[in-house]
Design a protein around this ligand. Structure first.
Ligand code: TYD
Length: 139
């Protein structure tokens, strides 16, 4: 799956928004909005405005990325095609399959990037070199 996955396997998921006078709430439930087992939640914050992160792929990890606050672009690349998603709504998530290169760019100041992940952190699941990634995908 990871070797043959493409950016068309990645998609925006609309999440429920519970709205009332005192603000909004969005929840993600395993088995409802989230198709994988949630092993880990992490978030990026205090990112300087205009900064870039990411620049890696994962062999096995599935993720849903949410702009919990602010705005940034996620550029997905399957070795052949690239697609950029602007995330700026806390009630939308971007599902990213295993085997997709991602660059996280154009962070607004104060942005919070929230991630639901299918596996615990493991450096051995990362591909951090783009040429190694292309060789893995055999493109
Ligand atoms: P990395 O995944 O490269 O961050 P980004 O894609 O946002 O640029 O991780 C940055 C550092 O944090 C790296 O040293 C690994 C560490 N890290 C953990 O210890 N646990 C985690 O769950 C994650 C995601 C990263």
């Amino acid at each position: 799956m990871s070797k043959i996955s493409t950016i068309s396997d990645c998609k925006i998921i609309d999440l429920p928004k519970i709205h009332n006078r005192s603000g909004n709430l969005t929840a993600m439930n395993e088995g409802i909005e989230v198709d994988f087992n949630i092993a880990r939640v992490y978030y990026l914050y205090d990112i300087p405005g205009g900064e870039s992160r990411g620049a890696h792929a994962h062999y096995e990890l599935e993720q849903i990325i949410v702009a919990a606050s602010g705005c940034f672009d996620v550029v997905l690349d399957d070795g052949i095609n690239k697609k950029s998603f602007t995330l700026n709504r806390p009630y939308q998530g971007l599902y990213v399959t295993p085997g997709i290169w991602r660059d996280l760019v154009n962070f607004s100041s104060g942005a919070i990037l929230l991630v639901l992940a299918s596996l615990k952190y493991s450096e051995s699941d990362y591909i951090r070199n783009y040429d190694d990634y292309l060789a893995y995908k055999k493109v």
